[in-house]
Design a protein around this ligand. Structure first.
Ligand SMILES: [Zn+2]
Length: 436
């Protein structure tokens, strides 16, 4: 454990409390901020002004009453008119277009103001200060060349806390990445699971000098126990999970030394969990879709935005002492199966089972629906014999094996062909090819 403390003192200063905030302080700040967001959005954004089902007078007396307002979706971010934007576009310092994954749908467009960017850099500074020490070298395995990209903002936050961030070459080969890491010998590394997993497994397989990295921050994708174990064995790294997406302003929630849920960035986000089918708000402990409302964003406020990620809120106080609410990611929403129309979810544990096979650095799962559904697992591997091992691991798995058989899904495991995939991207999960 690093034991570098919690985010609470910074949160207290940010919300205008002298000293450590109590839960009541945070609830009062969030209620006030939610009401400001609701008022600004309704007054200035054509989209929210025209949104049906907006309860009047548009203010809430209790945090839970936010659930009376309509949910918004990725499709709302894609449409041009009416615009969600609540400030003139000339106030944007960064416009982001997110390509749509999956079969169809418009691209999502977001914009950030100077204040939004500053809020994210400050969050990265104080968030990273809980897991890395000033003076330590931190390798950043995100693309960082573009100003205000996630890598750039993380580098700026790290520099502010007194660490020495170095951007790794993530647009080339795995060998280049591994070479740079051995040369740098960082105390900590930050990146996506695919990138870090591939680098660690390549290092363990190539017979070169071992590397010790104290801390690994993994972001932007799910982290399985076998991934965590691989990084602990190969680098000796303690893995800290971060959850965030462009919609959350990159930063969203961060693990602490207790590793029991991720503390939410409550200065900027109000998080709810809703039933993915009915949209009804769920109590702590219940798994559903993660829904966010932004608290300080004046340019493009998001109100009850459905992230598409699943998770639950944790009610018990955290062992680390922080009063920030926690989000536990993952878990099943409802009772999905790989064949369910329109909802293509990873069978619980599939990720963990595949990554547990030594040599696997990446994989993609494709589901072809229709009369003869077929589940194809394409793996990127450093070792021979991995294909057979992945196939037998899946069929022998206590929950996945029977699920695959009872769902009458054909399973094929193949080694990915063609050039090696980009090092920096989300692990691709189930893509319905719908080409029957
Ligand atoms: Zn904690």
């Amino acid at each position: 454990m690093n034991g570098l403390g919690t985010l609470d003192a910074w949160v207290g200063r940010t919300i205008g409390i002298g000293g450590l905030p109590t839960r009541d302080d945070l609830d009062a700040y969030q209620l006030r901020s939610l009401n400001e967001t609701l008022a600004t959005a309704r007054a200035r954004s054509p989209f929210y002004r025209s949104l049906a089902g907006w309860p009047e007078p548009g203010q809430i007396a209790d945090l839970g009453d936010i659930s009376l307002f309509p949910l918004t979706t990725a499709a709302d971010l894609g449409r041009g008119e009416p615009s969600l934007v609540a400030l003139p576009l000339r106030d944007a310092v960064r416009l982001v277009t997110i390509p749509t994954t999956g079969t169809s749908g418009p691209q999502k467009r977001l914009f950030f103001t100077e204040e939004d960017i500053e809020a994210t850099v400050a969050y990265f500074e104080h968030g990273m200060a809980t897991i890395v020490r000033p003076g330590s070298c931190v390798a950043v395995a995100f693309p960082a060349e573009r100003p205000d990209s996630v890598g750039d903002l993380l580098m700026r936050g790290l520099a502010r806390l007194g660490a020495f961030p170095v951007a790794l070459p993530v647009d080339g080969s795995l060998e280049t990445l591994v070479g740079a890491l051995r040369e740098l010998q960082p105390a900590a590394i930050a990146g996506m699971p695919v990138t870090l997993g591939a680098a660690a497994r390549r290092m363990s397989a190539d017979g070169g000098p071992p590397l010790r990295i104290e801390t690994a921050l993994v972001s932007a994708d799910s982290v399985s126990p076998s991934f965590r174990a691989a990084l602990a064995v190969i680098w000796g790294a303690e893995v800290f999970e971060h959850w965030g997406m462009t919609e959350t302003g990159y930063g969203g929630a961060l693990a602490c030394e207790a590793h029991d849920g991720l503390h939410i960035r409550e200065t900027d986000l109000y998080v709810e969990i809703v039933d993915a089918d009915t949209g009804r708000a769920l109590p702590p402990g219940r798994v559903g879709e993660v829904v966010i409302t932004t608290l300080r964003r004046r340019g493009l406020p998001l109100i009850r935005y459905r992230t598409g990620d699943s998770g639950s809120l944790v009610e018990d106080p955290c062992r680390c002492g922080s009063v920030l609410r926690r989000l536990r990611l993952g878990g099943r929403m409802g009772d999905p199966s790989p064949r369910e129309e329109g909802r293509l979810l990873l069978p619980e544990g599939l990720d963990d089972a595949i990554f547990a096979v030594d040599g696997v650095v990446d994989f993609m799962v494709k589901l072809k629906s229709g009369r003869q559904p077929r589940l194809t697992v394409e793996i990127v591997t450093l070792a021979s014999g991995t294909v057979d091992e992945v196939r037998s691991v899946l069929l022998a798995h206590p929950t996945i094996g029977p699920a695959l058989r009872s769902a009458e899904v054909d399973i094929a495991v193949e080694t990915a062909s063609g050039p090696s995939p980009p090092l920096c991207r989300k692990r691709r999960v189930l893509e319905d090819m719908r080409n029957d």
